[in-house]
Design a protein around this ligand. Structure first.
Ligand code: PLP
Length: 380
């Protein structure tokens, strides 16, 4: 009998016809970075976010974080506060600049920054006579962090706030899109994100002048159009036209994509409704509107035979992919000598959590297989 089709965690989902957008790029002969299609993509992102803030399309979310930190004035030796429970790209650009990440624990309700430990970290930095040069707050799995509270802390202490909204395009807090609370917001459009440009990202800037600087730095900081003169050490970070064309086609049904992700989250809620030891990570109240980029579950019981490792292996046997949460950054070999403020919440979440298939391309047949697998595992 043929093996059943593999159900992946989150495959790139390209259901809209990008042909016309791609043809436009070819016809304009603007296949390299920048150009009219990239501008169109930036304008449509701005429209989707309903913001006047400038959006700069780049070739990755990591590049956007790097530029955000640089424009925030982060320098070698500075402290930058950063969520420990995140993908490594949230912290690496701090290290690119020679700055020092100070890691902060998660709260249990959103898995994002716990403000209590943000305060502790700020106090500690001040005692070292070094006010943090920036704070990177992540909206993990598309669930907004307690962004109002975090933004207030940043305002009180005059610390630039950078929102890592790589996973949170379309998520909102009190009806305001994630990425628009801080001095800078970043988005990612890599293969597993809610829209994908192949590889790509965007930087959202509160200050239009900073957006200009970002564009300049992203194009090797060329100071003259004709010659090879450069007024800073720049980067090759601008988004190419083909990538923007892909993004433009998917922006056309972004609202439906978010709806699909939210339906999947609801599906998992129903699947686990009667399974006491499982908690489905859910936005804490109506102020939070999550795109539920990935649905995450957590094993809350002490049943040693039912745990994330065994469940993952059981699903894998059935051709269903599930993924562990990120190992907290302060426990990674590359960062384990850095300061950390918290109470091991992120460690518990890492050891007890599991991400379940959440691709927009999942069909009814896939969901039936997932549901059967869940029932079989938890009834055994
Ligand atoms: C939380 C988070 N931050 C940053 C990034 C980096 O984005 P990119 O892969 O586009 O560089 C990602 C995505 O992979 C992410 O999930």
């Amino acid at each position: 009998m043929a093996e059943p089709k593999k159900i992946a965690l989150a495959l790139p989902f390209i259901d809209t016809d990008a042909t016309d957008y791609l043809a436009e790029v070819v016809n304009q002969n603007w296949v390299t970075s920048g150009g009219p299609t990239v501008t169109k993509f930036e304008n449509q992102l701005q429209e989707f976010l309903q913001t006047e803030r400038e959006v700069v399309a780049l070739n990755s979310g990591t590049a956007a974080l790097h530029l955000a930190l640089k424009l925030a004035g982060v320098q070698r030796g500075d402290f930058v506060l950063c969520q420990t429970m995140s993908f490594v790209a949230s912290a690496n650009p701090i290290a690119y600049l020679g700055a020092i990440p100070v890691f902060i624990d998660s709260e249990k309700s959103t898995y994002n920054l716990a403000s209590k430990y943000v305060k502790e970290a700020i106090t500690w930095c001040l005692k070292q006579n070094k006010k943090p040069a920036a704070l990177v707050a992540v909206h993990s799995f598309g669930i907004p962090c307690q962004v109002e509270e975090i933004a207030k802390l940043c305002k009180d202490y005059e610390i630039p706030l950078i929102e890592d909204a790589a996973e949170a395009l379309g998520s909102k807090y009190k009806n305001q899109p994630c990425g628009l609370f801080g001095n800078y917001g970043i988005l990612s459009f890599n293969g597993n994100k809610i829209i994908t440009t192949g590889g790509g990202g965007a930087l959202i800037c509160k200050d239009a002048q900073k957006a200009e600087e970002a564009r300049h730095l992203s194009r090797q900081a060329k100071s003259s159009a004709t010659g090879f003169e450069h007024d800073a050490v720049g980067y090759n970070y601008a988004m190419p036209g083909f990538n923007a064309a892909l993004g433009l086609s998917q922006l056309q049904n972004l609202k439906e994509r978010i709806q699909k992700k939210r339906e999947l989250h609801h599906f998992y809620h129903e699947c686990f409704a009667k399974i006491e030891e499982i908690e489905v990570l859910t936005a804490p109240n109506a102020a939070y509107y999550a795109n539920y980029w990935l649905t995450v579950i957590r094993f809350t019981g002490s049943n040693s035979t039912k745990n994330p490792e065994r469940f993952q292996a059981f699903l894998a046997e059935k051709g269903i992919e599930a993924r562990f949460l990120w190992k907290p950054l302060h426990l990674q070999e590359i960062y384990d000598e850095h300061h950390y403020f918290g109470a091991q919440n992120a460690e518990t979440l890492w050891k007890t959590g599991l991400c379940l298939p959440s691709g927009c391309g999942l069909i009814k047949e896939d969901l039936n297989r997932i549901q059967q697998a869940i029932n079989a595992y938890f009834s055994a």
